[in-house]
Write a protein that binds this ligand. Structure first.
Ligand SMILES: [Zn+2]
Length: 359
């Protein structure tokens, strides 16, 4: 990692972005059926002074939009005069998915986020991943990859990161979410590949697909500033501390609770996402109300992801529950009582019903 004492260098890809320069470019990552270029919008902010290179990526899943709004703002907000290092902002990574407003690359539904680091001569997804990875990500020292829940679900604002890998804990702590789900990540995901190659990377999970959610976007922008301040990339920024911070390791209990019957789903939890063992999370009933199944919390925990589509089939995930220990639970309860459990509580039932206002 570069330090403040060394001379800043140009950021090189197919062109060069000199120190002190901010450039918006469109970088070719593939071709359409018509043979036209598929171009990814990229902003490079090369600071006047030297420092770490930080990448930020959004829409690796094409319909996960909150991150695109975060990066639009980051690209606008930071000037080369204030930056020590380089920001590499890939506004929309999965361009074909974004154009179709769907998660996967439309061609054979390939998941770009299982295709890293990619290969030059392979399928469409791996070629795209290779181009993105080699051209931009491999040059960077740190990374943030912005996601949301998949369609028809939503997620609590949280981070995913492998805190056992070098440098990751500092990064995820600086990003400042209350909850961190720690684990290796899926094979071929941008986060796991970059982290394993020595570029500590955090996935940020924020809300739902197909929406801009301003409160979450603001939190993410504060997280970005905190990271940039922590690493001296933006020394004027503030390193923020979460009121509580809980890293849930892979061995800690977390579970997707699934429907065992098909039917109409009514969520009963809330407004706070803290549930006790035995609490009813939802009921699933048939159209005649002849049968009603209750889905209960098997342990006391925090609901970090939840189904929004009100109908389910057997096997559909209805909620993602992570166990919390007594200490964390007390911290959460204190925050709830003070009305400060804002990351989620303010989205409580409203957060379940905010489709109109978010549009
Ligand atoms: Zn995603």
């Amino acid at each position: 990692m570069a330090t403040d004492e060394s001379e800043p260098e140009p950021f090189r890809y197919e062109a060069e972005v000199d120190p002190g320069e901010k450039r918006h470019v469109r970088h070719e990552i593939g071709e359409t059926y018509l043979g036209d270029a598929v171009e990814m919008p990229v902003t490079i902010i090369n600071g006047e002074r030297d420092g770490p290179r930080v990448f930020m990526t959004a829409a690796v899943h094409g319909d996960e939009l909150n991150g695109g709004k975060v990066l639009q703002e980051v690209a606008d907000r930071y000037a080369p005069a204030d930056v020590h290092g380089t920001l590499v902002l890939l506004h929309v990574v999965n361009v074909p998915g974004y154009q179709a407003q769907q998660r996967y690359i439309p061609i054979y539904d390939q998941d770009l986020n299982r295709s890293f680091p990619g290969k030059e001569r392979s399928n469409t997804a791996e070629r795209m991943a290779h181009e993105v990875y080699q051209t931009f990500l491999a040059q960077c020292d740190l990374g943030l990859d912005f996601h949301t829940s998949t369609r028809n679900r939503t997620t609590m604002y949280h981070a995913r990161a492998d805190v056992d890998e070098p440098g990751v804990e500092r990064l995820v702590h600086a990003f400042n979410t209350n909850v961190v789900l720690s684990g290796e990540g899926d094979a071929g995901s941008l986060r796991s590949v970059a982290t394993n190659n020595g570029t500590p990377t955090v996935t940020v999970e924020m809300g739902k697909a197909h929406r801009f959610q301003p409160a979450l976007i603001e939190k993410a922008l504060a997280g970005v500033e905190s990271v940039l301040a922590e690493y001296g990339v933006y020394p004027e920024g503030a390193v923020s501390e979460p009121a509580w911070h809980k890293v849930m390791g892979p061995s800690e209990e977390k579970r997707w609770l699934r429907a065992d019957t098909g039917g109409l789903v009514e969520m009963e939890w809330g407004p706070d996402p803290l549930v006790e063992a035995g609490d009813t999370i939802c009921t699933i009933s048939d159209h005649f109300k002849d049968e009603e199944r209750i889905v209960e919390a098997p342990f006391t925990g925090l609901i970090v992801g939840v189904l929004e589509n009100p109908v389910a089939l057997p096997g559909h995930p209805v909620c993602h529950l992570v166990r919390v220990d007594t200490e964390t639970r007390e911290q959460i309860e204190r925050e709830i009582n003070r009305g400060e459990f804002d990351g989620y509580r303010s989205y409580g039932q409203r957060w379940m019903a905010d489709d109109e206002e978010a549009e």
